[in-house]
Structures are given as C-alpha cells and as structure tokens.
Design a protein around this ligand. Structure first.
Ligand SMILES: [Zn+2]
Length: 298
C-alpha cells in the first residue's frame, strides 16, 4: 500500500458516514458547546428534535442554523464527506498536493467528476487555513525574505533586488520563532513601511533577539526598539552564536520544494493561499490532530 492509499483507508475508517463528519465538525467548531453563529451565545440555543445537527437560537428571534451555517461548507451541494476527504488528502501530504492530484486520487483517471469543483474546494480550504489565530512571536526570531513564483529553477543566484532573473517572481517576507511558528506574507510594496509594519505585527516587543542577514530591509529594527543582530552573508558569515537565519531558510526550501513538486508554479493571485497552507502545516507539525484544527477554522 502506498502513502495515499493508506491515508484514504485511514480516512474512511475515521469518517465512515455523513453523520460522523457532522459530529466531528460540531465538536471542532464548538468544543465548549454549540454557539449561535449570529449572536455568539450558548444560552437559549436549542437542538431541533426533528432535525439532527440543527439548532434554534431564542436570542435571535428563533434563528435556525445547522452545523454548516457560516462555514465554507455552507451553500455547496457537496456532502461533508467529500469536503473532508479533500482536506485530509491535502493535509497528509507533507510537501503539499495539488488540486489535480487530489482529484485524481478521489475519482481516478479519466475523471468521473468535475475537476473545477475539487479545485474550488481546495481553494476554500486553503483560505480557511488563514483563519487560524496566532500570537506574536517570542524568544529568538529570524526574519528573512524569498522570491517565489515564475520559473523556479536557477533561483539561488537570483535573490538580489534588481536582478533580471527576478522578473515574474514575487517577494515573500517571513518571521519564524526558533522551534515555534512561522508567519509570512507576500510583499506588495517593497518599501520600509511594508517591512517595518510586518515586524511590528508579527514580532512581540518582548522578543529576546531578532536575527537577520545584512539586507537593507531590516535597517530600522534597532530604532524601532528591537534587539536586532545580523550576519553578513556576502562575507560568508552564516552563523555567529545565536545569530543566523537557518530555521527560516529551511522553511523557504520546504515551501519552494512543495511549490515545485506539486504545483509546478504558482501565480501571484494564489500565492497567499499556498503560503497559508504551508504555514498552517508547519505550525501544526506537532499537533496530533491537525485535521480537527483545520475544521475549527472552516
Ligand atoms: Zn443567536
């Protein structure tokens, strides 16, 4: 049995019926009891006896909602079991899996179902991965940038701004707490405001150290009050005690390999979604139930 067959088998055992999916979604969405999506209250919310997985909120003029109300699963005619399977296949592949690969695994080749629907589901699921709450990074934090998209070969020599090899590529900036989480975003405007705002948003003011390379992008960090030190890559200085950018560089290579291996190339429009997917997978790498975590953000 290959990896994919095993995962599909495991999935079918865990979620054998539509009802088991509804239960799982209910428990992931509302671990502390069913809450009305309109008013956010738990009191005066009553289960409908005639209709399983439907509730009535007496705070909201008897507003009726179901387990899929206000989720990405709402208004789609697809059973939860199909949604879950797409999500599951996406998450179990460490290097990512394209919508096309997922579709092929589910329906065989030639296709017996509409590919566009699977593609749409993958897109919505990736968007849901952006909904995860996160805390500002602490401890030792590395910040770095990378260029992605366009043609992915011959990339390592093309990191300098202004290099012609960068045409069609998009800059991504990221911050990672050592042994902790990654946060990254696409750079729309390559200016100090973008870089400074990114750091302010993602890194706690109580951070022990921010480590970067010598890039001009991080020139303001000390002025902004952060304990900032850098290594000078152009002088072949890569590690100086605690100062290095190796954790974030390994995340970049994971991301790049994933994009190359499964997606071949990614347009600027969809890059934020792939960043969300890879960050989600990385930040949940020690979470024994990544799938449930995803459901809670759907
Ligand atoms: Zn309500």
């Amino acid at each position: 049995m290959n990896e994919t067959t095993q995962s599909v088998d495991a999935f079918d055992r865990r979620y054998p019926t539509e009802e088991s999916c509804r239960e799982a979604l209910r428990d992931a969405r509302w671990p502390n009891g069913v809450t009305c999506p309109k008013c956010g209250k738990k009191e005066k919310v009553y289960a409908l006896k005639s209709k399983p997985f439907y509730w009535l909120c007496k705070n909201c003029k008897s507003y009726r909602f179901s387990v899929i109300s206000s989720t990405i699963f709402e208004n789609t005619k697809k059973p939860l079991k199909i949604w879950f399977k797409v999500a599951y296949l996406m998450l179990v592949a460490k290097k990512g899996r394209s919508a096309l690969e997922i579709h092929r695994t589910m329906y065989g080749d030639p296709f017996t179902a509409d590919y566009h629907t699977t593609w749409y589901m993958c897109t919505r699921l990736r968007a849901a991965m952006r909904n995860q709450t996160w805390e500002q990074l602490m401890g030792v934090v590395e910040i770095d940038e990378v260029y992605l998209g366009g043609k992915e070969h011959n990339k390592h020599r093309s990191q300098r701004v202004g290099n012609r090899a960068l045409q069609g590529k998009t800059e991504v900036i990221g911050a990672i707490a050592r042994k902790g989480n990654i946060v990254c975003q696409m750079v729309e405007e390559a200016d100090f405001k973008t870089y400074d705002d990114f750091v302010k948003r993602t890194v706690s003011s109580k951070v022990d150290l921010i480590a970067t390379d010598e890039s001009f992008r991080y020139r303001h960090l000390r002025q902004m009050g952060y304990p900032h030190e850098f290594v000078t890559h152009k002088n072949d200085e890569f590690v100086r005690g605690r100062v290095h950018t190796q954790s974030i560089e390994s995340f970049w290579s994971l991301l790049r390999r994933g994009i190359m291996g499964s997606y071949h190339k990614v347009s600027k429009d969809y890059l934020p979604l792939y960043l969300a997917e890879f960050s989600f997978r990385y930040n949940n790498r020690k979470n024994p139930d990544m799938f449930r975590e995803l459901l809670s953000g759907c």
